[in-house]
Design a protein around this ligand. Sequence first.
Ligand code: TRP
Length: 452
Amino acid sequence: MDVQRGQWSSRMGFIFAAAGSAVGLGNIWKFPYITGENGGGVFVLIYLVCIIAVGIPIMVAELLLGQGSKQSPVGAFEHFHKKGSSWGLVGWLGVASGFVILSYYSVVAGWAMHYVKLSLQGFTNLDTETIGNTFSGLYGSATQNMFWHTVFMSVTIMVVIGGVKKGIEKTCNILMPLLFLLLLFLVGRAVFLPNDGFMKAVDFIFMPHFEKLTPHGILEALGHAFFTLSLGMGAMLTYGSYLKSRKEVLKSSIAVSLLDTVIALLACLMIFPVIFAFGYEAEAGPGLVFKTIPIVFSQIAGGQILSVFFFLLLTFAALSSAISLLEVVTATFIDKLDWRRNKAALISGIVIFVFGIPSALSGSGKIFGAWADIFGKNFFDSMDYLASNWMLPIGGLLTAIYVGWVMPKEKLEYFFGAEFYPAWIFKVFYLLIRFFSPVLVLIVLLYKIDFI
Ligand code: TRP
């Protein structure tokens, strides 16, 4: 069996792939706009607490389940309990989350690709209002959304068909360094923006104003910690299953979480200076990077090339994440149904594509137009809400309970071998995964159903 299963070719290869999964639209599109909506500094602080106290322990839990079982989520949850155990259902919940997330993720990735094209054509000759309206135009266009949704899903499917080493690892090895360079370049450029834009941004992001703290902000920070680290649905678990050595589990979890956080903060340092330098609103919501950024780039020297870079960056980040979402579903079909990789990736990719069509058409109000009247959110927003606020936290909670309470302690300790880590590290982890992480997630979930 091991011969057939993929494996990363090196530690670096794995780090790039896992960081590629973690760093995505969540970091560059979503984190800045929810930070803006929730008042900046204090939200960032809560988010950092969530990453350390909940994110890292659950990332360790997922990677060790994968590494220890060498299986995709369903098999992994059965592995440390018993075959056919109902814990396998947690794995299936993860597969379902993969479907839901990728279906709308691809739509946003499609917007990024459309903006690469628009930037290449140049925004420079257009007036501010026209550029601002471009996003509404795209959002409302069924044809354009469908076109880019198709392109993006096709590329994602092709990478996953390529396999663990030749598809995923190779792609991430190219995309991740490129992404980092582009980001550093754009942050560097932001430092020199007029009107003290950069310093205002630093202040906004790092100065906590506690009066801006809301219960909603706390919930969103926790949900986002899951989303941004790709936790709660077995994506990290699946990547962990291609990992050679148990020694990598803890180190890699910390490295990947750190990279992801640094990149999210850098993304804010790239976007907010632009917003503040030109007097735009930080609370612009999902349109923040698509409306405001192009307007500003159209006004500064060299803006066109910056704009091309920016949306390329967004596209790369989205692609390396999307392949991890598709890989979970694909790996499960390979392991559980004995399908060949081509077949598994193609069929699951097509089903996800079809499921994404209502999201792609959400802005245009075509089919499922009545959805918003019934549920109060359009289909696209409903899927994001369902996944980030419910499916991932529930998946993460069950993962923590499984690793902290169901899995035998000796099996867990094995990943923290005395050969490579001092004993206190395991003790801290054990405390976090048994009590702290699950209790925190539970409180948040109970709060959401108005129980407390
Ligand atoms: N982490 C990615 C982002 O920040 C999205 C993502 C990829 C994801 N794989 C995932 C989210 C698995 C949850 C679960 O954009």
